[in-house]
Ligand binder design. Structure first.
Ligand code: MN
Length: 478
């Protein structure tokens, strides 16, 4: 299981007894957090930082340990921050500054100078905060008594985001074919993606996948069809088309294993050797946590894999969604978001049906796909775009709603949502911000999660929601 290291700051000025108490309080805090974060992450205490040398050792250990996804620091006493400089220079993992105390209440009747010397985070944590700011170390601050729900929740959120950032640095995207048909927003600086987020964007000719697909055995195919039959309702007589998709998924699974792939893209422009565009194959893989972006969109493919990791263990759905068409009835504006085929099965509100229909574009055989109505409730829509000299995340609060009327002639999975604060401001803000038509939608994550991710990765963030006003459109997007 992934873990966070917990590092407590003090100094050797205060004597043995004080340092013993610091270590004991820290151990109690760590055991409390382990109880609260069980199932999410483990927390492990490292030696108290009394000198620069200990700090370097602790931070090196955290940096080198593959199981460690981040570090929590807290200054129990004053800890002159020059002793943190070299240690912090060793750390390139997410950092949470826990601004807390071992005690909740001030013991007015008994407080003396010994107590003050021991419990002075108001003093030490500010000194430490200064050096983080001075060195430009990306970090998050959680302030409050460590046992308070709000503080525990923030630490838990940090754990999820830190796990997602670790996943980000292990993300390898297979792009089958390239960026499709001169689309701009799906393109960008692949090199910078790897430098900043650790995303390895690998080009593969689709021929290798086609070979794996061609080599699928009858037994493998029967097994995959049994998986589909268990999860989904077969609503087509064209079983051959479904078996064709099952072959694609088996081929993709083998490819993913062989090259350590966590996300992939395809494009209907380049399907040489495949008779259909991957539909149910991509949908079923996304539901298993494999990132996906259509039309060569490697950024959204990687982002979907990272955000699915962030959402792990929470209720709700997370995955790639594409903006398509609107209902512009005044005051009741809605968006129908879908794609040709590739809506993740995790968004299904009802048991998905396997259907086979023509695609309308691309000139290939009719692809089998999952058709369903989407889940409802509060969610976010997140995209990441390349602005030339930096990346920008745009995150909008949305409300996923039930489709108001049946759409019997639209044989794709359907997600519908309402923009916030309303259609006019919400979608105008998205357009001003340069938000893509490809995004990750999540009913499991919130704007706060994305803000933490943006802060810890040093990415520009624009948020849109109930608090966005007409005046913001003037102010932010000139
Ligand atoms: Mn598109």
């Amino acid at each position: 299981m992934e873990k966070l290291y917990f590092i407590v700051g003090s100094q050797d000025l205060y004597g043995e007894e004080c340092l013993k108490q610091v270590a004991a309080d820290a151990a109690e805090m760590v055991s409390f957090l382990n109880e609260k974060l069980e199932g999410t992450i483990a927390v492990e205490l490292l030696p108290t930082v009394e000198t620069s040398a200990v700090c370097v050792q602790d931070m090196r250990k955290a940096q080198m340990d593959d199981e460690c996804v981040g570090v929590i620091t807290w200054m129990h006493t004053f800890s002159p921050a020059k002793m943190w400089i070299k240690g912090l220079q060793e750390l390139r993992k997410p950092l949470l500054h826990l601004h807390t105390q071992a005690n909740e209440k001030l013991p007015y009747a008994t407080i003396d100078m010994d107590f003050m010397n021991l419990n002075q985070s108001a003093h030490g944590d500010r000194e430490y905060g200064y050096i983080l700011a001075r060195m430009g170390v990306p970090h998050e601050v959680a302030a409050g008594f460590y046992q308070q729900n709000s503080v525990v929740e923030k630490i838990c959120r940090f754990a999820n985001v830190a796990k997602a950032i670790a996943q980000s640095h292990n993300t390898r995207i297979a792009t089958f074919g390239n960026n499709m048909r001169d689309v701009a927003v799906t393109d960008g600086n692949r090199l910078e993606c790897e430098i900043k987020y650790g995303w390895e964007v690998k080009y593969y000719g689709i021929g290798e996948l086609a070979d794996l697909v061609a080599a699928v055995t009858r037994e493998e195919l029967d097994q995959k069809m049994a998986e589909y039959a268990e999860k989904y309702t077969m609503a087509t007589d064209n079983v051959e088309a479904v078996r064709e998709q099952a072959k694609y998924e088996i081929g993709l699974e083998k490819f993913i294993r062989k090259y350590g792939i966590t996300a992939f893209t395809d494009t209907f422009q380049d399907l040489h050797g495949l008779r259909q565009l991957p539909g149910i194959a991509a949908q079923n893989l996304m539901a298993k946590g494999i990132g996906f972006g259509p039309e060569g969109d490697y950024k959204i493919s990687a982002l979907s894999s990272v955000l699915m990791k962030m959402a792990e263990g929470r209720d709700g759905a997370t995955g790639f969604i594409e903006d398509y068409t609107y209902d512009l009835t005044p005051g009741q504006e809605l968006e129908l978001a879908s794609h040709m085929l590739e809506v993740p099965a995790s968004f299904a509100a009802t048991k998905p049906e396997i259907q086979v229909h023509p695609l309308g574009i691309g000139g290939k055989e009719d692809p089998a796909r999952l058709v369903f109505d989407g889940v409802t409730g509060d969610g976010i829509q997140v995209t990441l775009i390349d602005m030339g000299d930096h990346f920008r995340i745009v995150c909008a609060d949305i409300e996923l709603v039930k489709q108001p009327e049946p759409m019997p002639n639209l044989p794709v999975a359907r997600i519908m949502y309402r923009h916030k604060p309303n259609f006019e401001i919400g979608t105008a803000a998205w357009c001003y911000a340069g938000g893509a038509h490809h995004a990750v939608v999540s009913t499991a994550l919130t704007r706060t999660d994305i803000a933490m991710f943006a802060r810890l990765t040093g990415t520009e963030l624009i948020t849109i929601g109930e608090d966005t006003t007409e005046a913001d459109l003037q102010k932010f997007f000139m």
